[in-house]
Each structure stands twice: as C-alpha cells, then as structure tokens.
Write a protein that binds this ligand. Structure first.
Ligand SMILES: [Zn+2]
Length: 67
C-alpha cells in the first residue's frame, strides 16, 4: 500500500544527489549575478549541472526510486 511512497522517502542517495544538483544550480546562478561570467566559466557550470543531473537520473534508473 505504502510501497512507492516509502521507497522514495527512504532513499538517502536520491536526496543527496538532488541536493547536489540544486547546490550546483544555485551556486552557478549566484555567481553569474555577482559578476558576468566568462564563456568558459559558463560552460564549466553548465557542464557541472549536466553531470549532477546525469548522476541523479542514472541513480533513479538503476535504483527505481524516481516518481
Ligand atoms: Zn534511490
């Protein structure tokens, strides 16, 4: 009955990866408001964000904890 809900709630790794992605996004946005980033820096943040997102999606697929 509660299966899908408890699986999601109890997945610490998923939470950690979600937090990581949010942190990368927030820091990138913060930095770009602080000053204008060079295109290389923007690429770097973009790359980090995509990598964090990929880790999250990979985990969801492997672990089956996505909703
Ligand atoms: Zn998981």
């Amino acid at each position: 009955m509660y299966d899908s809900r408890s699986t999601v709630a109890s997945c610490i790794e998923h939470e950690r990866l979600t937090f990581e992605l949010l942190e990368v996004r927030t820091r990138g946005q913060y930095l770009s408001r602080l000053r204008s980033l060079t295109s290389r820096e923007r690429d770097e943040w973009d790359r980090r964000e995509r990598a964090a997102l990929a880790r999250l999606v990979d985990h969801e697929l492997e672990h089956g904890c996505a909703r």
